[in-house]
Design a binder for this molecule. Structure first.
Ligand code: ADP
Length: 640
């Protein structure tokens, strides 16, 4: 590899290595985990109940078998009473059968409740996105945040998904600890007989303290080592995410049919190969995570496993010596050893889970930053008076607007009024502020300065959804869904088919509709139906126009509605425009002036300002005006 390239890579990797995430304090970690738990619990209480009951059951039931086996072995090694043995074997069989049956039923319940867990978690985000102010949804930062949340979840399993698992582990740890402790009590209370000689020293209460102290020390050190290993992944989540993104991009580029021609013409496969064969990439054999696995992560995990065996060895010697000295039978040796190990693994799981919850907390924080993004647009409560259906008047009073994060004004000091039933055209060059004007009118954004009034009332005072309901808009970059044609037009499952058919014909889709075998039930695109139809850009525009008409809102806004139509279809829309729009107030946006001539009132925007207003004839008379300039510059192409 050329020296320069390898230097570039090394510096990239260095940057990633230094990009460590700070862990939150235990207090903060507890707060975020609690919040996340409550958030999920409120939505899916049954899922948690079933899970908790299963975990407790699974943690406690093994002790029944351990206890009964110990009793059987003791009996065999001791008095060998056939009646007692028979009873013990029957208890063992029945309890095993009963436990298996209940376990199966409980698991079924839990699996049922946990099915679709992924979607349940995703629903939390989807709902937030649906309710979010448009200003936030339109902000690249929001998408970056959501994408990071998803990558954390899909790549490392961090986030809400982990909360249920951690909660289960915590409960399971506590119960195996309690179960183990209950069985272990007699290990200390059953004393070595006085005639056992030197071994009577085992009766010294100091042994209890020493065993408990060693157990705590071992589990604490073991889990601390484990957490230390886990924290490498948590703190390098950004590197992990970037690695996933790069892999997701380069790794699958060859799969994308639409990119295939460009890939071949411009030999983009070389870039992919370079990435895919780069051993120093995030997941490569010389990458950051491979180095961790060979280095600190591997060492910490190995040390944690090794240290646990000290405890196992120590306890086994203690238990065996006590049995040898006659404190209890041989059957109890396995029981006590297993019970002490359970306590040990309970404590280890407990500490390990607490550590994992702390590692997860910074990912939860990001999730709550997203979920708690404030909604400021939905604070008005005033209803929009339906009796005034056709008597609305809109006024922009000295409205200026900057997009969030932008220094430039997209609209400057716009003042204008328009009333019901008008045909308003909004023209201007690309970037002059036409779409922004519409977005403010529909309250997708609120003005930075100035105020917009509906019948004299600031539109922020109205109930947000009620206000929005008075507009029907075909945005420039509208989207149709892969549902049936009728559902697209009616925007609901149970739509009025007669009305949907009528508005489609009005919008010029009649002839095409007649050719569709399944009529309104025809699916658009092939996502959900093999019989789905592909539609052209022009046909999509007609369907979108029909959708605005179906909504039957008093204001209809069409942003470049004929851009994808052929000239004949476009002229059809113009000549039928009055018929199509009826007595609604219509706002028609275009950068092609010829398409606005039929509107009696034309607003001319230039660099965010409303520079002229009038009819085509009036504006043409202002020969030093923007409209005249635009008209002439465009007219030469039509004439030609
Ligand atoms: P038009 O509809 O006349 O083509 P727009 O209203 O879309 O113009 O854009 C007006 C100005 O606002 C342009 O300078 C454009 O770059 C800017 N703009 C549009 N949308 C955004 C956005 N989401 N964020 C930042 N700036 C934007």
């Amino acid at each position: 590899m050329p020296k320069k390239k390898s230097q570039e890579k090394t510096s990239q990797n260095k940057k990633l290595n230094n990009d460590e995430k700070e862990l939150l304090s235990y207090k903060e970690a507890f707060r975020f985990n609690r919040k996340a738990f409550l958030l999920l619990y409120k939505r899916y209480p049954q899922m948690f109940t079933s899970s908790i009951i299963c975990v407790i059951w699974d943690a406690l039931t093994p002790y029944v078998g351990i206890y009964l086996s110990a009793r059987i072995i003791d009996e065999i090694a001791g008095s060998r009473n056939p009646e007692t043995l028979k009873r013990l074997v029957l208890y063992t069989l029945f309890s095993a059968a009963f436990i298996s049956l209940v376990t199966a039923l409980l698991s079924k319940w839990r699996n049922n409740q946990e099915s679709g867990m992924y979607f349940k978690v995703q629903q939390v985000f989807t709902q937030k996105l649906m309710e979010m102010d448009f200003v936030n949804i339109d902000d690249a930062k929001t998408h970056e945040m959501l994408s990071t949340i998803n990558q954390n979840q899909n790549g490392g399993g961090w986030g809400l998904y982990r909360v249920t698992g951690n909660m289960n582990n915590l409960i399971s740890a506590v119960f195996s600890l309690l179960g183990g402790a209950a069985l272990t009590v007699t290990l200390f209370t059953q004393l070595v007989p006085e005639d056992a000689g030197k071994l009577t020293v085992l009766n010294n209460p100091l042994f209890v303290l020493v065993i408990i102290a060693v157990m705590l020390a071992v589990t604490y050190i073991g889990s601390a080592l484990n957490n230390k290993a886990g924290s490498y992944y948590a703190r390098r989540a950004d590197a992990h995410n970037l690695g996933n993104r790069l892999f997701g991009f380069y790794g699958w580029l060859g799969y994308q049919q639409e990119l295939a021609p460009d890939m071949r013409i411009y030999r983009q496969d070389i870039i992919c190969d370079r990435y895919n064969s780069d051993k120093t990439s995030t997941f490569g054999s010389k990458g950051i995570f491979a180095r961790y696995a060979r280095g600190p992560i591997g060492l910490y995990n190995a040390a944690s496993a090794a240290i646990a065996w000290f405890l196992v060895g120590g306890v086994t010697v203690f238990v065996c010596l006590k049995a040898l000295a006659g404190a209890f039978g041989v059957g109890s040796v396995t029981m006590y050893s297993t019970a002490v190990l359970s306590i040990n693994s309970g404590i280890a799981t407990f500490f390990g889970t607490v550590g994992d919850m702390r590692n997860n907390a910074s990912f939860l924080k990001l999730i709550f930053d997203f979920l708690e993004m404030p909604n400021t647009m939905r604070q008005g409560f005033r209803p929009v008076d339906k009796r005034d259906h056709w008597n609305y008047e809109i006024e922009f009073r000295d409205v200026s607007f900057k997009y969030p994060g932008s220094e430039e004004y997209a609209l400057k000091h716009v003042s204008m009024k328009f009333g019901a039933g008008e045909r308003l055209a909004v023209v201007g060059q690309n970037g002059s502020g036409k779409t922004t004007f519409i977005k403010l009118l529909c309250r997708l954004y609120d003005p930075t300065e100035g105020v917009i009034l509906l019948n004299g009332t600031d539109i922020r005072e109205f109930d947000y959804l009620e206000y929005m309901a008075i507009f029907s808009v075909v945005f420039q970059d509208f989207r149709l869904f892969a549902f049936s044609l009728g559902q697209n037009v009616g925007t609901k499952v149970a739509y009025d088919s007669e009305l949907a058919g009528n508005v489609l014909r009005k919008a010029g889709f009649g002839e095409r509709l007649d050719t569709l075998e399944d009529g309104l039930e025809t699916y658009l695109y092939k996502d959900f139906s093999k019989k789905g139809v592909e539609i052209s850009g022009g046909e999509a525009q007609k369907i979108a126009l029909a959708r605005t008409l179906y909504k039957d809102a008093p204001f209809i806004v069409l942003d470049e509605p004929t851009a994808a139509l052929d000239p004949i279809a476009e002229s059809e829309v113009y000549s039928n425009f009055n018929d199509i729009v009826g007595d609604k107030t219509a706002i028609y946006i275009s950068h092609r002036l010829s398409s606005c001539r039929f509107c009696n009132d034309i607003l001319v925007f230039h660099e965010g300002e409303l520079v002229q207003r009038g009819s085509h004839e009036e504006l043409c008379k202002e020969t030093d005006g923007k409209y005249y300039e635009l008209w002439n510059s465009q007219a030469q192409y039509y004439n030609a």
